[in-house]
Design a protein. Structure first.
Lengths: 643, 174
């Protein structure tokens, strides 16, 4: 029987993913509390100075990257970012990365480096470039980018206000160095890490892994042992503690120290996602010490669990193996036979799941879950187990599959947006048509009314009246202020006077002339007597027309402008709308094409993952059959089906 | 047997996916095409928004109302009702996610519409839980003198720390 020392040395990975979500968290950290637009160390964002920037943040913090990027770019085009222009560029770069636009992000950060920017902005640009390179599997380029960050490798030179940002950068530096095989330098980076207290455990864990890689096993075990026993608050902390203990347990098991390994497996939570692997390891730690009865305890616990778990599948083999070692060959035979049936059933289940992938049902499920950010992920995790979803959660646990699904869902989202826009564009066209029709119907009548309106003539008349009044005042011309009735009377008296002048000078004519003169005198007296009051009244009335006349002039001007500009509400849009409609159509079609291609890629990934599982199950099946034969031989019992 | 089985398991248990760089997230050409498409749709989206704004909310009549929130424990916002000239123009119920975005400095464009030049009455009604979890309804109003350009108003909810009470104001941006 081969022993553990024959196993290849497992690579224990560091923690802290560089996924899109982790990037979102890093950006949040940079923006809220420690970024350039906030009060250093207050942990509270300072007041947003540009409304547009606040709008961007509102979308960004809800992980609606498309809307956030779109709004930010619009704000830049419209010069709406007077106060936050610099950090907006960094945010745009970071969001572009989160949205899977690493080429655009890379271009943006390089452009930033060419600008005359503050040193901390340059440092952050280099950090993101390092991050892109690392994500793309180019650790050497990542290291080169990080080397530009002044003082990154010297913790004593960290500016107080940059502490948190620098911690994130140092974390990446450690990962890059580990990826390049420079464990000693990685140890330095993780040792110098000085970030938020809550993240200390991650840095320590990574330090432990780096120390192991460096060969400093005792120091590493000491550090990881401490991490594996300290109190954990929250699911993430618990998961990290489990991971630490599991990693330590297997490391010691590999190093041929099963007795020392055993307690680490016991520390892993029984209900956690790593419990299967821990139970298996605990059993092996006992089995390595020939304590098969004790080994059966964790293995039997594992044996009855969900068969999708590879640890459970191993238990199907490990339990009969332990019984065989204890001399219970009969029980071992039974359990090996059960294992053969279980592996065969699992193999069939995988075949069915692989076939279901071709029908596209998995893709439909992946696209049906709603929500942005991480919410869709948890929805999918809750999907009831069916043929095509049985291995979905396991598939989603792989980084590559997760990223591919994100792109798939992004494409679906783009398609939905384009569909909505296609509807809007159609509405715009109808709106323009309705405006044009209304203008055609109403414009002639409005033109006629505007033409009838002669404000200038009214103004001229007003000016004439003002001049007449001034003249009356200057010449004390009381007659100029007679009422219309008085004017008529005056004219009649003048006519009478003329007619009386033609009469002979007799007594009757004289009496009439006297009467006419009296009436004329009365009228003159009345007019002169009221002159001042009439003058005041005339002035007042003329003054009262000034404002209405001005208002009328303004309204007329507005009506003229409205008439003149009305066509702007529908003219010039036709070509633009037609162009946009065509682009929406073409882009929608391209989206369909890429959605199909990405769906195919996601299916291929799922298939290759399930095929890998199938190969493992097949290999286990062969081993189970071989072990069954061996057990029969050991027991000297006749084989099933043997003559 | 044990060696093979355990080797597979050890490899699995310790190589948690996603923890290291993965250069093969998707085929490079497909990934590049998807990036190009995203960029094109972003551009299209901006142009369509600009068109929509020109058609529906011309600058001469445009009015936008924003909401920002900078409160600690004194007020938990549930909803906002906005009235202009005694007419309800929007009612908005907030999710926890949106409130978190507010707390981090986000600003929401709550309403966009059209108003003629002249005087208008803007009233906002805020509903939520005040100090000690009590139901809380408060209003804020503003007499807006709308000119010929676009108007930008911000509804602000802040802590009035001296009184341990939230404060609701409407600010007009120049």
């Amino acid at each position: 029987m081969p022993v553990l020392s024959h196993h290849p040395t497992p690579v224990i990975p560091p923690v802290r993913t560089f996924s899109r979500h982790a990037l979102w968290l890093a950006l949040c950290l940079a923006l809220s509390g420690y970024g350039s637009h906030v009060g250093a160390g207050t942990g509270k964002p300072s007041e947003v100075q540009d409304l547009a920037y606040g709008e961007v943040l509102f979308e960004f913090y809800q992980e609606r990257y498309f809307d956030a990027i779109s709004r930010l770019q619009q704000a830049q085009e419209r010069h709406e970012l007077d106060y936050h222009a610099g950090e907006a560029e960094l945010l745009l770069g970071g969001m572009s990365l989160s949205y899977g636009l690493d080429r655009a992000a890379s271009r943006l950060f390089h452009r930033l480096l060419n600008d005359d920017v503050r040193p901390e902005v340059r440092d952050r640009a280099w950090y993101y470039l390092g991050r892109i390179a690392f994500q793309k599997g180019r650790p050497a380029d990542a290291a080169a980018a990080l080397a530009h960050i002044d003082g990154l490798d010297d913790a004593s030179r960290t500016p107080r206000t940059q502490r948190m940002v620098r911690a994130e950068q140092r974390m990446l530096l450690g990962h890059v160095r580990l990826a390049r095989g420079d464990a000693a330098a990685a140890v330095r980076a993780f040792s110098d890490w000085d970030g938020a207290a809550g993240d200390r455990v991650y840095a320590d864990y990574n330090l432990g892994i780096a120390l192991l890689a460096q060969g400093e096993t005792d120091t590493a075990v000491q550090l990881l042992d401490r991490l594996g026993t300290q109190a954990a608050h929250g699911s993430e902390a618990h998961a990290l503690r489990d991971k630490t203990n599991l990693a330590l347990g297997y490391r010691l098991l590999q190093a041929g120290q099963p007795a020392r390994a055993r307690p680490y497996f016991d520390r892993v939570r029984l209900q956690g996602p790593l419990s299967g692997r821990a139970l298996l390891g605990a059993g092996w730690a006992d089995a390595e010490q020939q304590r098969y009865r004790e080994a059966l305890l964790p293995w039997l616990e594992l044996h009855g669990r969900d068969g999708r778990d590879l640890a459970v599948q191993e238990a199907w083999l490990a339990v009969p193996y332990a019984y065989a070692q204890l001399g219970a060959q009969g029980r071992a035979v039974e359990l090996y036979q059960e294992a053969i049936e279980a592996f065969a059933a699992e193999g069939r289940s995988l075949d069915t799941a692989i076939a279901a992938l071709d029908e596209g049902r998995l893709i439909d499920t992946l696209l049906a879950a709603e929500g942005t950010g991480r919410s869709w992920f948890w929805q999918i995790a809750q999907v009831p187990a069916a043929t095509h979803t049985r291995y979905l959660v396991d598939l989603l646990a792989t980084h590559r599959f997760q990223e591919a699904v994100k792109n798939l869902r992004d494409l679906k989202d783009l398609g939905d947006r384009l569909d909505a826009w296609a509807g809007s564009v159609e509405t715009f066209e109808h709106m323009i048509e309705a405006r044009r029709l209304r203008h055609t119907q109403h414009a002639p009548r409005l033109r006629g009314r505007l033409d009838d309106l002669d404000i200038d003539a009214t103004r001229t008349r007003h000016a004439q009246l003002a001049e007449e009044l001034a003249h009356i005042e200057r010449s004390n011309d009381a007659l100029g202020l007679m009422t219309a009735q008085e004017r008529t009377t005056w004219d009649r008296l003048a006519a009478i006077e003329a007619r009386l002048a033609a009469l002979p000078d007799d007594a009757r004519a004289q009496a009439l002339r006297d009467k006419q003169a009296r009436l004329r005198g009365v009228l003159l007296w009345q007019v002169h007597n009221d002159y001042k009051a009439r003058l005041h009244s005339a002035r007042k009335e003329l003054a009262a027309t000034v404002e209405p006349l001005a208002t009328a002039a303004e309204l007329a001007a507005r009506a003229q402008v409205a008439y003149a500009t009305a066509p702007a509400a529908f003219e010039g849009f036709d070509g633009r709308i037609a162009g946009l409609r065509e682009r929406v159509r073409a882009t929608r079609s391209e989206t369909d094409r890429l959605l199909a291609a990405q769906a195919q890629w996601v299916t291929r990934l799922a298939q290759s993952e399930l095929l890998l599982r199938k190969r493992r199950v097949d290999a286990y099946l062969v081993q189970a059959r071989f072990a069954l034969a061996q057990t029969y031989d050991q027991a000297g019992a006749p084989r099933a089906g043997a003559p | 047997m044990r060696g093979f089985v355990l080797a597979a398991l050890v490899g699995l248990s310790l190589s948690q996916p996603g923890l290291a760089a993965d250069p093969s997230d998707s085929p490079p050409s497909l990934d590049g095409q998807i990036q190009d498409l995203k960029q094109e749709v972003l551009k299209l989206n901006r142009e369509l928004f600009a068109l929509e704004e020109e058609l529906l909310y011309p600058a001469s009549t445009q009015v936008s109302v924003f909401l920002s929130l900078d409160v600690g424990g004194t007020f938990a916002l549930d909803s906002v009702q906005l009235k202009i000239d005694d007419k309800i123009v929007t009612n908005y119920l907030y999710t926890e996610r949106e409130l978190e975005a507010f707390r981090r400095g986000g600003v929401q464009r709550l309403y966009m519409g059209n108003l003629k030049a002249g005087r208008h009455e803007v009233v906002a009604l805020f509903v939520g839980q005040g100090p000690a979890g009590r139901d809380y309804r408060r209003g804020a109003n503003l007499a807006l003198d709308k000119g010929v350009g676009p108007a930008y108003l911000e509804l602000k909810i802040t802590d009035k720390t001296s009184k341990q009470q939230p404060e609701f104001v409407i600010k007009e941006w120049e």
